[in-house]
Ligand binder design. Structure first.
Ligand code: PEP
Ligand code: MN
Length: 275
């Protein structure tokens, strides 16, 4: 019988290792990476100060949205190409590879030139024309699970990108359920399921996964213990004033403490042979 997911499925393969930023950062196959930064790029001062702080605390990539998918057209939509320039500047100053979301094929060339890890956001997980085009860019792709998508649909979406030749990192970021106490319901069980079904690295986003900063630490640690290959976490120096997703952003000080706990969980598990 033909394989269901010839490229994204495990099919007996070892865990894939994805290299980002000319090999300066690796994820998968025992390499753990934390992506941190603001939900959206707001200014040079904002992105640079957060980049320096998260780097000091052990983050290995900088996130920040330049093009933001917002539920309301009246909400801040991102700085666009100016935001991409600010991310580039933060990369030059800190050396951190940059992770940012592409929303339209209009900017393929800009992303191909400047972005180290191209994010496909949850809302675009099944934008098949975008998946096909981004897959041809020869840049790794962080593919977020759609808020109402099954694991089967996520692996099929990954298949679209992989067919173009790009490498893929899968991201669990919570799905919509009947629960209203959290923004989304973070499906931690997706981690062992994906690790079994696929050889691709799996990252968890506890920020969008819960929607509240005070739940981020617990879910980041749970995801680490469950065997995730990395995390993507929203960090803002002044969450109350953030232009986007402040309620789910942690401060750099909290991020530093969380990194210590993540490292402790990993070290403990590794001493016992890993998960
Ligand atoms: C984000 O990473 O800021 C974002 C919009 O994520 P998602 O696509 O998971 O909602
Ligand atoms: Mn966000």
């Amino acid at each position: 019988m033909a394989e269901k997911y010839p490229l994204s499925g495990r099919n007996g393969r070892e865990n894939a290792i994805v290299e980002i930023g000319q090999g300066s950062c690796k994820i998968g196959g025992g390499h753990f990476a934390v992506i941190a930064g603001p939900c959206s790029v707001e200014s040079e001062e904002q992105v640079l100060s957060i980049a320096k702080e998260v780097k000091r605390c052990g983050a290995s990539m900088l996130r920040g949205g330049a093009f933001k998918p917002r539920s309301s057209p009246y909400s801040f939509q991102g700085l666009g190409l100016d935001g991409l320039e600010l991310l580039k500047m933060a990369k030059e100053k800190t050396g951190l590879p940059i992770v940012t979301e592409i929303m339209s094929t209009e900017y393929l060339k800009d992303f191909a030139e400047d972005v180290d890890l191209i994010q496909i956001g949850a809302r675009n997980m099944q934008n098949f024309s975008l998946l096909k085009e981004v897959g041809k860019l020869n840049k790794p792709v962080l593919l977020k699970r759609g808020p109402s998508s099954t694991i089967d649909e996520l692996l099929n979406a990954a298949e679209y990108v992989l067919r173009g030749g790009a490498e893929v990192i899968l991201c669990e970021r919570g799905v919509r359920t009947f629960e209203t106490a959290t923004r989304n319901t973070l499906d931690i069980s997706a981690v062992p399921v994906l690790k079994e079904k696929s050889h691709l690295p799996v990252v968890v986003d506890p920020s969008h996964g819960t929607g509240y900063w005070n739940y981020v630490e617990a879910m980041a640690l749970a995801a680490t213990a469950a065997g995730a290959d990395g995390l993507i976490i929203e960090v803002h120096s002044n969450p109350a004033e953030a232009w986007c997703d402040g309620q789910q952003s942690i401060t750099p000080a909290l991020f530093c403490k969380l990194m210590q706990k993540i490292n402790a969980v990993r070290a403990t598990l590794n001493n016992l042979g890993g998960i």
